[in-house]
Design a protein around this ligand. Structure first.
Ligand code: ATP
Length: 440
């Protein structure tokens, strides 16, 4: 795809997100800060649903996975043990002419500046952990870090969970949580930011079963994303080359999305062996081994990790769902064809006219009947065309219109976002109809 088209699609999503209250640049009134975003009223509902689907499928529905919600700041030694203090660094170069900074590993041609063609300085290494201090008294403050990846908290809680939660190997610990990286070049909207959320599963197994469970999680995570994307052909695995592999990893695969700027990592499926528990045993002096309750074998479990970006996959899902369609009247209709489970509102209730109390009362009664069960929007502004357009743009799968016929025969019109077809059903059948649609 030509560069202009790539940027055009991303720009369209950014603009839609701002126009419809999905995502805003953080601190925009102060000119913004690069790499930080806020989810607005519609976006925060969508993101909550996005995370809920993950949590339901990976924790609630599984007997072999438990969840945690860990703290962002940890004991600073955690980041020594994990290797982040020493190695969590990116190389940065600066253009000698325009002084813009880049990560050479992310440039197509790392010999000259993509902005002005200028020469680069020598690369320098920068640690990308965010630093902070615990305590307020000068001289007694403890140097600390915002977590650079959420998964470390899982290793820290491993022993407590084994001791308190009757888990038996094989089992997983899952977490959704914030991570912070002082990225040198945040870019492409939510793709590379400095504050983001990750969804991780660390699955603990007997060393002899690593291969089996690695392949299981690799397939399971891909199938999960395929279910939520309209164009599964835009998802693929990328196997890491031997020289990319960590010394403890037998193999590694990324699940990639075919983004407008090229195939890009969305989630990593990592073979971590017993590296993390070994490191934390060494640095903490604690025994983190596991004793099999039946065989009494004592060993350090090995780990398959699935680590994905919540915001990054959310953005890819928006790119996948975004469509512009020519309507019969020749207009362009913008529609977010997201899965109903992800949509901020499952249905929008639209009384045909705001100035007809009978219509408003009937619509209000339907709203009250449904809103304990579903997230619903309400729009009694005047123009039905505009109301549909707004709901299409935020991905509301169905619009319910209360019109004059409703007052005669108690039926309402339901319009489908994707087909734009309308059906009429009795107003007291909407609940069961909606439930059926959502469970399809
Ligand atoms: P990248 O190579 O893109 O920097 P990574 O290999 O460092 O990513 P991991 O450490 O494996 O990423 O993190 C797991 C997931 O967290 C990634 O697959 C990605 O979805 C997400 N992620 C990592 N860094 C960022 C970021 N700066 N902004 C948004 N999401 C991120």
């Amino acid at each position: 795809m030509a560069e202009n088209n790539q940027n055009e699609l991303v720009a369209k999503i950014v603009s839609l997100c701002k126009r419809r209250g999905i995502i805003f640049q953080n601190s925009e009134i102060y000119g913004g800060v690069q790499g930080f975003y806020d989810y607005g009223p519609i976006g925060s509902l969508m993101k909550l649903n996005w995370k809920n689907i993950w949590w339901t499928d990976n924790v609630i529905k599984r007997r072999d996975v438990v969840g945690i919600d860990g703290s962002i700041i940890t004991h600073p030694t955690v980041w020594q043990a994990s290797g982040h203090v020493k190695n969590f660094a990116d190389i940065m170069v600066e253009c000698k002419s325009c002084h813009k900074r880049f990560r050479p590993d992310l440039l197509e041609d790392s010999s000259k500046c993509p902005e002005c063609g200028g020469q680069f300085t020598e690369g320098k290494k920068y640690n990308i952990l965010f630093e902070t201090e615990i305590g307020v008294i000068e001289g007694e403050k403890q140097h600390a870090y915002l977590r650079g990846e959420a998964c470390q908290t899982i290793y820290l809680d491993f022993k407590n969970i084994v001791d308190s939660c009757r888990v038996k190997i094989p089992f997983g610990i899952a977490q959704i949580g914030k991570a912070f990286r002082n990225e040198i070049t945040p870019k492409n909207f939510l793709y590379r930011t400095r504050e983001f959320e990750q969804w991780d599963i660390q699955y603990f197994v007997h060393p002899s079963e690593m291969d089996k469970w690695y392949e299981y999680w690799k397939a399971t995570r891909m199938a999960w994303y395929q279910k939520l994307f309209n164009h599964p052909e835009n998802l693929k695995f990328r196997e890491h080359d031997k020289d990319e592999l960590a010394f403890y990893a037998k193999k590694a695969f990324d699940i990639e999305y075919n983004a407008p700027w090229g195939w890009s990592e969305m989630e990593g499926i990592h073979w971590r062996s017993d590296y993390d528990l070994t490191q934390h045993s060494k640095f903490s002096g604690q025994d983190l081994s596991y004793t099999d309750p039946v065989t009494k074998e004592k060993y350090l479990p090995h780990i398959t990790e699935t680590s994905g970006g919540v915001d990054r996959s959310f953005f890819f899902m928006l790119l996948d769902a975004y469509q512009e369609e020519k309507t019969e009247s020749g207009d362009i209709r913008t529609v977010l064809k997201i899965k109903p489970q992800v949509a901020a509102y499952k249905i929008a209730i639209l009384p045909l006219a705001a100035n007809k109390p009978e219509l408003i009362d009937k619509a209000e009664a339907i709203f009250q009947n449904l809103n304990a069960k579903y997230s619903i929007d309400w729009d009694d502004s005047s123009n039905i065309g505009k109301k549909y357009r707004r709901q299409d743009e935020i991905g509301t799968p169905w619009c319910l219109v209360v019109d004059y016929q409703t007052l005669e025969d108690d039926t309402v019109s339901i319009r489908d976002r994707d087909t734009m077809k309308q059906i009429r059903i009795k107003s007291d059948e909407v609940d069961s109809w909606l439930e059926k649609q959502l469970n399809k």
